[in-house]
Design a protein around this ligand. Sequence first.
Ligand SMILES: Cc1cc2nc3c(=O)[nH]c(=O)nc-3n(C[C@H](O)[C@H](O)[C@H](O)COP(=O)(O)OP(=O)(O)OC[C@H]3O[C@@H](n4cnc5c(N)ncnc54)[C@H](O)[C@@H]3O)c2cc1C
Ligand SMILES: *[C@@H]1O[C@H](CO)[C@@H](O)[C@H](O)[C@H]1NC(C)=O
Ligand SMILES: *[C@@H]1O[C@H](CO)[C@@H](O)[C@H](O)[C@H]1NC(C)=O
Ligand SMILES: *[C@@H]1O[C@H](CO)[C@@H](O)[C@H](O)[C@H]1NC(C)=O
Ligand SMILES: *[C@@H]1O[C@H](CO)[C@@H](O)[C@H](O)[C@H]1NC(C)=O
Ligand SMILES: *[C@@H]1O[C@H](CO)[C@@H](O)[C@H](O)[C@H]1NC(C)=O
Ligand SMILES: *[C@@H]1O[C@H](CO)[C@@H](O)[C@H](O)[C@H]1NC(C)=O
Ligand SMILES: *[C@@H]1O[C@H](CO)[C@@H](O)[C@H](O)[C@H]1NC(C)=O
Ligand SMILES: *[C@@H]1O[C@H](CO)[C@@H](O)[C@H](O)[C@H]1NC(C)=O
Length: 601
Amino acid sequence: MRPNPLTVWQLISLFPALLLLKAVGSRASEAEAKCGKDVISRDNQKYSCKCYPGDACYPSAKKWQKFNSTVDGNLSVAFPPAAPCYPSVAGTPTFDAAKCAEVQANFFGQQWTTDQPIANMWTYWTNETCLPFPTENVQTCSRGFYGDYVITAKTKKHIKAGIDFARENNLRLVIRNTGHDFLGRSTGFGSLILNTHSFKDVTFTKRFTGPGNYRGGAVTVGAGMQLRDLYWLANAQSPPVVVVGGECPTVGIAGGYIQGGGHGPMSSFYGMAADQALSFEVVTASGKYVTANAVENRDLFWALKGGGPSTFAAIISVTVKTFPEVPAAGIILNINSTHTNDTELFWKGVAAVHDLSNHWVDHGIFIYHEIATLRLHVQPIVGPNMTAAQINAIAKPMFDALDSQGVPYSSVTKEFPTFFDLYIDMFEDEGAGSSALVGGRIFVRQDIEENASGIIEAYKTATANNAFIIGHVVGPGHGAPIVDNAIHPVWRNASSFSITSISIPGNAPLTEKARVQNLITNVVGEAFREAGPHGGAYVNEGDLEEPNWQQEYWGSNYPRLYRLKQVWDPQGVFYARTTPGTEDWEVIDFGTKLCKKCQRN
Ligand SMILES: Cc1cc2nc3c(=O)[nH]c(=O)nc-3n(C[C@H](O)[C@H](O)[C@H](O)COP(=O)(O)OP(=O)(O)OC[C@H]3O[C@@H](n4cnc5c(N)ncnc54)[C@H](O)[C@@H]3O)c2cc1C
Ligand SMILES: *[C@@H]1O[C@H](CO)[C@@H](O)[C@H](O)[C@H]1NC(C)=O
Ligand SMILES: *[C@@H]1O[C@H](CO)[C@@H](O)[C@H](O)[C@H]1NC(C)=O
Ligand SMILES: *[C@@H]1O[C@H](CO)[C@@H](O)[C@H](O)[C@H]1NC(C)=O
Ligand SMILES: *[C@@H]1O[C@H](CO)[C@@H](O)[C@H](O)[C@H]1NC(C)=O
Ligand SMILES: *[C@@H]1O[C@H](CO)[C@@H](O)[C@H](O)[C@H]1NC(C)=O
Ligand SMILES: *[C@@H]1O[C@H](CO)[C@@H](O)[C@H](O)[C@H]1NC(C)=O
Ligand SMILES: *[C@@H]1O[C@H](CO)[C@@H](O)[C@H](O)[C@H]1NC(C)=O
Ligand SMILES: *[C@@H]1O[C@H](CO)[C@@H](O)[C@H](O)[C@H]1NC(C)=O
């Protein structure tokens, strides 16, 4: 029987429902109804923007001064880190030979960079302004995309004051912890920067007694605490304990890292950092001090565990699980032009390591490795709770594959009494101050099973386009941790995660920037997506232009995250690009003004 065609009347009665469907489908339209009175247009889109210097709504000098006393004098005019190397910035004299020498000596070091009030580790997103070595062509220092004012918050009252001032004056607020963000989310043109790097309180407990069922060891960590310092403190406990953190020593555990998910050397053993969170102390967009855990504000708790940095609240501290220390063993493996110049043989070497991703994570192993043309640097392969003999036995299929195909390499295996000793011995420090565009992809078990060689082909596409690959073999689903949080569910199936990075100065011509962005997104990124169709992407180490970023970064968790953003930050006080709700916003006018998309009624 043929179904009856809809009558005209039925269609008319459906019309409001269709409109509603459209409003839900295209989310920007929900926001568009709420356009304020100061509306500007660009290319047929209307926007309501944050307040910037020159706008009538921007706070007067007097108002800033008054605000300064609210934060006990901890407000400063923000200057790019290398301002002391230049005569002046925006009319204020800044030259200081001794300070300039300090900047020049440290600009490429991570710890110094993280300790500065507004410095960013990756200069691309500062608009590559005010570099520490003035050239003949560039003798002036401009702010570029650095902020205008910075609060070096010392107390939670300062965090609240900063949030309130930004909300009440409609300012762009940027939370800056270490400045690590690959994607420039800890800097912003014309912004008020809220620096949380001074929050270094750390308290260990042997038995967590807070909400929820967990009764093991835990540690409460201030927002500004960096991983290396935390690892040292954890090791100094009696008996020593382990915290799930990143491989990088200067990333902040409680800032962007845990809010984005957080993987690291112990993640194939215990899961993501966000899986370990027991409680957060935060300031909300409305300026309230709030605790979020298994009992209080459970929806916020869920969202903070992987739902995106600087999205739902400003973190003052987080409490995470600790674990007893275990012995550990590690392997370093190199294949480079000292071993061979035969590219075919070289890629066989890469495959010998990476094709085994599922095998590695089945044993709780994590691998950090770097791949460039004729350079594979695997340092290290981490085997928690293993001896050298045990990790060598697990690595036998890799060594067999290398040997049977005649791939030359050098390798060393070491064992340590604790994971901490391995971390200090085998992980290498990284630099700062360079400029690049990045992307990345999570590959899952199924992708490795079905297309391991396709992933190697995608790696070849990457290196052929001058991309550097920072690879991780990591399986946060190993041991099936049961945690309800906002990380992309695809992480539970993951066994490999690769970052791609192409160097480009932040002051390259716009056409060159567009060319490299296209390589990252549509050439390298596309090859990775095709090779790993069942995977996803990682918001902390991903591509700002990732197509379908909502799905790629959060999968089925995205709709709930979008709703929670409207609940916890309806005005958009917090902003970090490609995080929940930011499809309703845009940075216009060549990376300067942050504006909400809207429609004048
Ligand atoms: C060299 C290097 C190595 C890395 N290694 C790893 C790794 O092993 N594993 C991993 O998972 N990731 C790693 N990352 C990525 C890292 O997780 C992200 O860069 C992360 O955002 C850093 O957080 P942060 O707070 O230290 O940095 P920031 O750049 O200061 O902040 C990053 C983001 O978090 C927000 N934020 C910061 N503090 C707060 C706060 N108190 N409250 C609310 N929002 C806040 C900022 O606004 C910004 O959006 C690495 C990055 C680099 C550059
Ligand atoms: C805020 O007050 C402190 C202490 O008086 C002062 O050093 C600082 O320059 C002030 N900041 C601004 C932006 O005026
Ligand atoms: C910042 O605030 C703290 C505590 O509120 C205060 O002790 C300190 O003097 C302030 N710093 C500056 C530079 O004014
Ligand atoms: C950013 O840099 C470009 C040149 O690379 C320049 O034209 C533009 O004015 C800069 N923007 C800001 C806000 O400094
Ligand atoms: C190449 O491998 C050797 C070990 O055989 C190592 O010492 C060297 O650092 C590697 N070179 C690069 C550029 O990674
Ligand atoms: C590879 O080429 C480089 C540069 O020509 C050379 O120094 C190196 O010795 C070569 N490696 C091998 C294994 O032949
Ligand atoms: C470490 O391995 C031993 C057996 O070798 C086992 O008894 C112990 O439970 C393991 N520890 C962890 C934390 O997995
Ligand atoms: C395997 O990866 C390649 C990219 O290298 C891709 O073109 C191909 O479609 C993938 N095949 C499968 C079955 O996923
Ligand atoms: C994880 O893998 C299993 C088995 O292949 C699959 O059924 C499931 O849908 C995957 N989960 C996600 C989130 O992709």
